[in-house]
Design a protein around this ligand. Sequence first.
Ligand SMILES: [Zn+2]
Length: 327
Amino acid sequence: MSVVGVDLGGTKILARVVDPATGRTVGRKKVPTPKDGTDAVMSAVAELVRDVTASVADGTAKGVSAEDAAEAVTAVGVGVPGLVEADGTVSRCPNIPGWDQPVAVKTILEADLGLPVVVSNDVNCGAVAEHRLGAGRGTDDLLAVFVGTGVGGGLIINNQLVVGERGMAGEIGHLTVVSDGRICGCGERGHLESYAGRAGIEREARRLHAAGRPNALVELAGESPIKSRHLEQALAAGDEVAHQLVDDAVMALAIGIGNVATLLDLSRVVVGGGVADKLGRPFLEQIMGSPDFGGFGPQVCTLELAQHLDDAGVLGAALLAADLIEN
Ligand SMILES: [Zn+2]
């Protein structure tokens, strides 16, 4: 049996044919995300699934074996950067141009492809990939936190992904960590993401710069967005503002992760995403050593770096597709 995992992103759509028993990729393809509305996006996803499936079946995919080519694709998993309802409708998807109303992704793709389709939030897909094929292997319960432009999270309890009533379970980025604190991308104040996400760090770095505290983050990035590597470079150069902003990020993550780990009695939390990947193990150690680490503190829970970066979403989507067949 093989399955297809799809990662639908704001700029590109990735698809892989995966052997779900091992997580091995048998074939892969990608296309740019269409900018002219959700009908075009749905057609592009279906076309890409057909293309990548055909490239394995006819043996044109790189390194595909005769056994791989003989395996029929039995299900498709799609990870989307949005809010997914229980029936596979994606109600909000702000990073994809033209997604201004709910789209019944599961229904549309099942009709087009003639295969069972599961739709899940991309961060939840990442959590599933880390749990089964990454740094969360061997645990029954896991929180995966992804620190990138924003901060996303996925929660596994009893080896099952928890999505919650409205699809928002695991959204650690919107926990309040500072009363009346910095304004968050969602409009509320004091959320974890406004301190630890790259966009929140950038807003604060530019505000400080304009208020008379010039800093290496703004100088390195110029007019372009501040990247994780700028953060790494500014820290290495001993920039005071960069150190202060990373200390703020550590505080926010320590409060949020510690409290969640205490509430759910977790013994392991996986931390990934662009910022965590760049700052690496020292960043995790700073979080674990923080006096702000919430609840019972890091003695009950260890933080591990995620093992998958860009492919976590597509792999997790494939694993969720395999569950459709097995369950
Ligand atoms: Zn928020």
